[in-house]
Design a binder for this molecule. Structure first.
Ligand code: ZN
Ligand code: ZN
Length: 381
């Protein structure tokens, strides 16, 4: 049900800045005649209930005198200040009110054209990041920048090749027979069946009937109504008219209902399980050779040079090689283990060029790692 409430507003005297009640036609402080002032809507202002006051409020807007600028009640025929005729004056406008307390105000703002109850207006909430999180991020970023800085910093030193180590390995594979099992239709290529049997592969639900059970659920029910202010109009005479409407209020109600709950039985699903033999290559061992100053070589594997898919036959798989050189600083005698240069594993070619006792110009990073040996890439020791 819609309802209208008349509420007295206020106005500020342009001469002395005193705030006056809306119905006052003269300033309480300086006595100045209320001119064409702006009326202010007061959400908490006094509601007009007196019949005579209500009649004044709804009679019509004030009119502004054409000669002295004073404002006069709607039904006054001559200006209360200068007696000029009403017909020369201008009627104030009756309009939607600008409601005090806009964005950022603690007071709720009512739009006169609101189609949604103001109570359900949802302000976006900004969740600030916790301070420890920001501090943690800063530490990580600073640490990372410090590491990058150290990595980019570099020093030059002359070093002597003090030691060498190499290690080479080859994966050895053998063609073998395996006994395995699989569901019918899922056997690998070349499988030789040995035997089969029916086995439970899965279970499926079979409906066997229904059971009557009581179930609780929650339903929304209207619990009543609440008054919601839908708009405010400036009546042009120091009073405002609020439009209130009833909106339903709901509550959760727990209810019980009878339902037929399906009952299931688990039934096994059978399939054919096949045991079979299959031949394939398998990694069996890793052959490794290692040394220090001698010429790097690949290990003996005993594999066939031309392997065939015959059970017992061996063949070579993936190869790995790793080189390490120990450099000793001429300046302070400190030793450096070099396994990579310029972020790449030490190559066989570089390893060969680093002869024991040779001196090389070396670049060391701020982190104390050998970054590069510039002479090596060009082939000049
Ligand atoms: Zn005043
Ligand atoms: Zn006048």
């Amino acid at each position: 049900m819609a309802e209208k409430v008349i509420r007295e507003g206020s106005w500020i005297c342009p001469h002395c800045q005193t705030k006056n009640r809306g119905a006052k036609e003269n300033c309480d402080a300086c006595g100045a005649v209320r001119g064409n002032v702006q009326f202010i809507y007061e959400e908490d202002g006094q509601a007009v209930t007196d019949a005579a006051e209500k009649a004044k409020a709804t009679a019509g807007p004030d009119w502004i005198c054409a000669f002295c600028g004073g404002s006069n009640a709607f039904d006054r025929q001559r200006c209360q200040s200068c007696s000029a005729a009403r017909s020369d004056g201008t009627l104030r406008e009756v309009k939607d009110a600008t409601v005090k307390g806009g964005e950022g105000s603690a007071k709720r703002q009512y739009s006169p054209h609101a189609t949604v109850a103001p109570d359900v207006r949802i302000e976006p909430v900004k969740v600030p990041l916790p301070i420890w999180f920001k501090a943690g991020c800063a530490v990580v970023v600073l640490g990372f920048m410090a590491l990058m800085g150290l990595q980019c910093l570099s020093f030059e030193d002359t070093m002597t090749v003090a030691g060498k180590e190499w290690r080479r390995s080859i994966q050895v594979m053998q063609y073998q027979t395996f006994r395995e099992g699989a569901w019918r239709g899922e056997l690998p290529a070349g499988a030789r069946e040995i035997g089969r049997q029916e086995k439970v592969r899965s279970y499926r639900d079979v409906l066997i009937g229904y059971k009557t059970v009581q179930e609780t659920y929650t339903e929304q029910e209207q619990a009543g109504t609440k008054k919601v202010k839908k708009g405010v109009r400036d009546l042009g005479n120091g009073r405002f008219e609020e439009l209130w409407e009833d909106e339903p209020v709901y509550r959760d109600v727990e209810k019980t209902r009878t339902v037929q709950k399906p009952q299931y039985r688990q039934e096994p699903v059978y399939d054919t399980w096949i045991e079979f033999e299959v031949d394939r290559w398998k990694d069996i061992e890793k052959a490794t050779a290692q040394g220090t100053t001698d010429e790097p070589r690949w290990p003996e594997t005993g594999a066939s040079p031309h392997p065939r898919d015959v059970v017992g036959e061996k063949r070579e798989g993936a190869r790995e090689e790793k080189y390490k050189v120990t450099l000793k600083s001429d300046k302070d005698g400190k030793e450096y283990q070099v396994e990579e240069l310029d972020n790449k594993p030490l190559s066989y070619e570089a390893f060969q060029r680093l002869k024991p006792g040779d001196k090389h110009k070396v670049i060391i990073s701020g982190l104390g790692l050998v970054k590069d040996i510039p002479g090596l890439a060009a082939g000049r020791p």
